[in-house]
Design a protein. Structure first.
Length: 287
């Protein structure tokens, strides 16, 4: 396997590897895992994975991480399809706001694996931002202040029953909203990656719905919770912390949800985009 960095911050390309041939006990799987953790996003071009192959490859990185709200592909309970038809230009764009996958769970997935089945000629890129780079660039005083903050994560803005009409616009995906989306989870705002030991600013504007900590009040004023949420969103998604991938059919991209957040761009009107997705179990984020 050869690894080539794609930016100076995050993102790398791995070549010379066939993901269908990796077993969980292989040295290759351990090397791949280390590369994903180190580079945060790893692009592996030229793969041809059936849903069964993708499930097997996912297991080489760890056990399945359950997917709430989104129904799996028939016969492949661990695989979901991310698809928008050419005839649905006005439809909701799945993954189209900055988020880290399912950060509202007690133990969010460590990795997500996305495999390009059908991609637009142009458009539909995905962008990732490094939450470790966003952490490392903080000034000391700001970092100290944020170290005492707890983030309240919830899927309420995305998967509560009020959003059912939005999700129903996508004919190729079966998304079932539920009252469960109103549940909340508290995770530290500054976390330590369990494998690399690097610190990250574990924030995303979609699932972090509130903040608790010394000096944070619920006001809309300059020192209040709303202002800090807005600042955190602007800071963590700044272009200098990002990597953008233009998809080709056969690409597999694996990313570390513990150190990145991402967004899918919705700029491919009249074209079809389909990818298959699996997720690998993680642990409770810890400071
Ligand atoms: C996702 O957020 O899981 C989907 C990302 C994408 O479609 O690019």
């Amino acid at each position: 396997m050869e690894i080539e960095c794609l930016t100076g911050i995050l993102g790398a390309r791995a070549t010379g590897i066939d993901l269908r041939k990796l077993g969980a006990d292989d040295e290759g799987a351990a090397d791949l895992r280390a590369a994903i953790c180190a580079h945060e996003v790893l692009v592996v071009p030229g793969q041809d994975l059936s849903p069964a192959d993708q499930t097997a490859f996912s297991h080489s990185l760890g056990p399945y991480s359950p997917v709430p709200f989104v129904q799996p592909v028939d016969g492949h309970p661990e695989v979901i399809r991310v698809v928008k038809e050419a005839t649905e230009p006005e439809a909701f764009n799945f993954g189209g706001v900055w988020h880290s996958d399912f950060s509202f769970l007690p133990a969010p997935p460590a990795f997500t694996i996305l495999h390009a089945i059908d991609v637009p000629d142009v458009g539909g890129d995905t962008v990732w931002a490094s939450m470790t780079a966003a952490h490392d660039a903080l000034e000391g005083g700001v970092r100290e202040r944020l170290g005492g903050v707890t983030a309240i994560h919830s899927a309420s803005a995305s998967y509560s029953p009020a959003q059912q009409g939005l999700h129903a616009q996508l004919s190729g995906m079966d998304i079932r909203t539920s009252e469960d989306a109103l549940e909340t989870q508290r995770h530290p705002l500054l976390c330590t990656h369990p494998e690399t030991g690097r610190r990250s600013l574990y924030f995303n504007g979609t699932y972090v719905r509130g903040l608790e900590g010394p000096g944070i009040d619920g006001s809309d004023g300059p020192g209040g919770e709303r202002a800090l949420l807005d600042w955190l969103h602007e800071w963590t998604t700044h272009i200098r912390f990002t990597f953008r991938h233009r998809w080709s059919k056969g690409d597999v991209v694996i990313w570390d949800n513990r150190s990145t957040q991402h967004v899918a761009l919705d700029d491919y009107r009249g074209q079809r985009r389909e990818l298959t997705r699996t997720t690998v179990a993680g642990s409770a984020p810890a400071s």
